[in-house]
Design a protein around this ligand. Structure first.
Ligand code: ATP
Length: 270
């Protein structure tokens, strides 16, 4: 369980200060798929950096399975347990080749050398890059680099995986492929997925949605319930995809169509 108690966070710069988060109280279970939604500047990335101790709260406390992020001797364990994949794959890769890149993180946690190559191959296999272990990282496409970033964190068997707008630099096809793969992997190897995005379409299957607005939680619930609340989306500056608006209208007409129905299925259904 991740627990945030009365967490606020303030950036200090010169004479100015920005409160990025205010009084956040949250409990996140170790198995759920939770989406964090909010417009630019709402505090999502700040929150993600608090979850693995990259930043410490200005007020309040963050604990991961009972370990507090303000205890420096617990940070190694916390950072192993909570892994983050960020937006830009180029900022996350450290190895020259794919195998070196994955081995780097494993070496840092003291993974036995004798088992290293098997683990590297296993992690690359998860994301369909098993054939490319000796390729240079800089030769990969953006989509492949993000798959490598995912493999590198999954090699460490995290309990919680935070994806901070991890698909935002991918083209639509690479994004779909990445998401499909992510959910397939999660079926085989469960971990809590904490998914930060502006794209509702990517999180329709989530167990829980948390809306951030100006650094505060303004809604927390199941997608099926929150999708009924159009005002919430307007208030938070989030666009409701056309397909979702159409389904909403059809619900109002008494038609029971799942929110995750694709355009093709909708056409067929109609
Ligand atoms: N390093 C920083 N120094 C000062 N202020 C910052 C810094 N990083 C973020 N902020 C401010 O904190 C607030 C929250 O930013 P944050 O990046 O967490 O939001 P976000 O929801 O992730 O936005 P985006 O979707 O654009 O990534 C914003 O007002 C932002 O300008």
């Amino acid at each position: 369980m991740i627990e945030l108690d009365n967490v606020s966070y303030r950036y200090l710069g010169g004479d100015s200060q920005t409160w990025a988060l205010h009084d956040i109280n949250l409990q996140l279970a170790s198995t759920q798929f939770v989406a964090f939604l909010g417009q630019n500047g709402s505090g999502k990335s700040t929150l993600s950096r608090l979850l693995n101790g990259l930043e410490l709260p200005s007020n309040g406390s963050v604990s991961i399975d009972g370990l507090s992020t303000d205890q420096s001797d617990q940070l190694t364990q916390i950072r192993r347990s909570v892994q983050v994949v960020f937006q830009n794959p180029d900022t996350q890769q450290v190895g020259l080749t794919l195998a070196e890149d994955i081995a780097f993180g494993l070496s840092n946690i003291g993974y036995p050398q004798s088992k290293m190559m098997n683990r590297v191959k296993w992690a690359l296999g998860l994301v369909g890059l098993q054939h490319a272990s000796d390729y240079f990282v800089h030769e990969l496409s953006g989509g492949e680099k993000q798959k490598l970033a995912l493999a590198a964190v999954l090699a460490l068997s995290p309990t919680y995986l935070v994806l901070d707008e991890a698909t935002s630099m991918l083209d639509p096809m690479a994004r779909r492929e990445f998401l499909h793969m992510l959910h397939q992997i999660r079926h085989k190897q469960p971990f809590a997925l904490l998914y930060i995005t502006h794209h509702l379409d990517e999180v329709l299957h989530a167990d829980r949605w948390i809306f951030l607005h100006h650094g505060k939680i303004v809604a927390d619930g199941h997608p099926n319930d929150l999708l009924q609340n159009e005002d919430l989306f307007i208030r938070c500056g989030l666009e409701i995809p056309y397909r979702i608006r159409l389904i909403h209208q059809l619900h109002k007409q008494g038609m029971d169509i799942p929110w995750a129905t694709s355009i093709d299925q909708l056409v067929e259904w109609l």
